[in-house]
Design a protein around this ligand. Structure first.
Ligand code: FES
Length: 292
């Protein structure tokens, strides 16, 4: 006989309760918890679309397009997980099952990939994902202070917001998921924050608080460089490889200068001084590559 807590159920929908309260798992590992929902406390708000509706014909067609882009369909798993996130705002158990079906993989194989990369979220995300770089260089330049200030500012009742926790109702306008991130590849512009992977350079705790307050008011501040700000789900659709078809819409949505003066300073200095890299000898021996 099965007890209620042993019965499988639908993955929890975005809601106000933190994931840990509704997920049960064999180990305390948060990744395992978040992709292994067990039933007893889980209910779906009536206004949410069903999973079948979310992964309906339109998404199935897009998944088919992705699979067809590769000689081996399993290579489409990474973009397909982004497609799942563009639908649900995270990778749910149903999202994992969807990818497995589309790509003829086991759910265990898909789970192994989804839980390996931090870009795949195992809990429902806010409208915006705010990533604060706390890797070494940004940390010493103030990244740790920024993260601390934001987690306190976005927390409730004196409890700071934790890593990958959401202020507000996940998916609702103005909701923000906070995370600390490893090097965001903009060390020359640290400390940096990304919002939905767009850069806000040379931040301070005060500027960061202004930024998240603007997001909570529904504004979309212009990133320091790169494309205009949208929201987490829209960016996930782009990361899955789906872009506006009209050239001018594409340009305005996703294309913008991404380099900064600081980033080009070394190249500029070399050009000013006439420095060039040594020429590669004609017959330079190349290392042997082992045949597989
Ligand atoms: S350490 Fe923050 S971007 Fe590299």
């Amino acid at each position: 006989m099965t007890t209620p807590s042993q019965q499988p159920s639908e993955t929890p929908r975005p809601g106000s309760r933190p994931a840990e309260r509704t997920y049960a798992a064999a180990s305390p590992d948060v990744d395992v918890k978040a992709i292994s929902p067990v039933a007893d406390e889980v209910t779906s708000p009536p206004t949410q679309p069903s999973v079948a509706e979310e992964f309906g014909p339109e998404i199935e067609a897009k998944a088919g397009e992705l699979a067809a882009r590769y000689p081996q369909s399993r290579s489409a798993l990474l973009p397909m997980l982004h497609l799942v996130q563009s639908v649900q705002g995270y990778v749910s158990q149903e999202g994992i099952a969807f990818c497995a079906r589309q790509l003829d993989l086991t759910e265990a194989e898909v789970s192994a990939v989804a839980t390996f990369y931090t870009m795949y979220k195992r809990r429902p995300c806010g409208q915006h994902l705010v990533s604060v770089c706390t890797n070494t260089l940004c940390a010493v330049l103030g990244g740790d202070d920024i993260y601390k200030r934001l987690s306190e500012h976005l927390g409730e009742d004196g409890k700071p917001l934790g890593h990958e926790e959401t202020a507000g109702e996940p998916g609702e306008p103005g909701s923000i998921t906070l995370e600390h991130a490893e090097c965001l590849a903009a060390c020359d512009l640290g400390p940096v924050i990304q919002v939905n992977y767009e850069y806000f350079d040379n931040q301070t705790p005060e500027k960061a608080v202004e930024l998240v307050d603007a997001l909570r008011r529904g504004e979309k501040p212009q990133p320091t460089r790169g494309a205009p700000l949208t929201d987490f789900k829209s960016v996930e659709r782009q990361l899955a490889g789906f872009f506006p078809e009209e050239e001018d819409v594409f340009r305005s949505d996703v294309d913008a200068p991404s380099q900064a003066v600081e980033t080009l300073r070394g190249a500029q200095l070399a050009a000013d001084r006439g420095w060039t890299a040594p020429v590669m000898p004609e017959n330079a021996p190349l290392p042997e590559v082992e045949a597989k």
